[in-house]
Structure formats: C-alpha cells, structure tokens
Design a protein around this ligand. Structure first.
Ligand code: FES
Length: 166
C-alpha cells in the first residue's frame, strides 16, 4: 500500500506527512514535542496531522535552513492567530524581521572564519589563544584570574561527585 498523501486528504499519518514533507518521522515527533506542530490522536493513539501541517513544516524547515534557533521559530509561529498556517505574506514578514539577526550572525561567522587560520589543524582549544574557545578574549574582558573556575556552569558535564562546579 502506498503512503502517498493524496491532495484531497484532510489528515495524514506521521509516515504520510514525513514522506510528503521530505523529513524523517522522528523530526515530526520532535517538532511536535517542541510545540511547533500539533496532531490529534485517534482512538488507537495514533497521530493524525491536518493537511495544513505540511506548510507549517515547510516554514520550520526553511527557518532552520537560515540557521534560526527553535525558540525563534516557535516565537514566529506563535504570532500567527489561532495557530493558523503560515502564508506567503507571513513568511515574508517573519524572514524580513530576521534579517538583522542573520546579518549579525553572518558577520560573526566571517570574523570567526578570518581568525580561524591558527586553529586549522591545531586542536589545542587553548583558553589563552584560541578564537573558538575564547572569541575576542571575552574571558579576559570579564576580569583577571581563572574566569572559568568562577563560573560553575562552565562544568556542566561534571559528575555528581566532582567539586569543580561548586
Ligand atoms: S584550536 Fe588551537 S588555537 Fe584554536
């Protein structure tokens, strides 16, 4: 049996939507967990997506391709009244609103690229000299001494018995 979503279908299973949208079913479940799309459950607890979810997924994918974080995408979708499907005008407005954010990220990436020469093939990740671990010497601007030791959150992967994050 084909999983092709016909044009006049009102609802799609997760597999049908995934095939139609060109994404993995796990991605759809993830989007749903993150509150970006919604489904109803059948009596057998299976997901059913309304047809307009396809356009919503396209919006999410296009946003992700621009490098937008999920929080920004969720915020943009939340602005649509009654959780409605994004239109062409919505996308134009939202993507225009993201322009300055994109410009800033492009600038930072270009700066990183230009400063990356020393890192290529290096691997030291030195706090003193590496632009990847300490861009623009941010730690130096925060004050003297071992700045990372003063920040417990700098050790998120410490084991419960480790005292580094205390
Ligand atoms: S990895 Fe060595 S300077 Fe960045």
């Amino acid at each position: 049996m084909s999983t092709q979503l016909t044009w006049n279908a009102k609802e799609a299973t997760v597999g049908e939507l995934a095939e139609r949208a060109g994404v993995a079913t796990s991605a759809l479940r993830f989007y749903e967990r993150e509150g970006l799309i919604r489904s109803r459950r059948t009596s057998g607890n299976q997901r059913r997506y309304s047809r307009d979810t396809l356009r919503r997924v396209a919006f999410i994918r296009a946003s992700q391709r621009l490098g937008m974080p999920l929080a920004a995408i969720r915020e943009a979708l939340a602005l649509l009244p009654d959780n409605r499907t994004p239109t062409r005008e919505d996308w134009a407005r939202v993507s225009e609103g993201w322009r300055s954010d994109l410009d800033e990220r492009i600038r930072l990436m270009q700066q990183l690229r230009d400063n990356l020469t020393d890192c290529i093939g290096c691997g030291c990740l030195s706090i003193d000299v590496c632009v990847l671990t300490n861009p623009e010497d941010q730690l130096g601007h925060e004050g003297p001494g071992a700045r990372r030791l003063a920040q417990p959150s700098a050790y998120p992967s410490c084991s419960p018995s480790c005292s580094m994050g205390e």
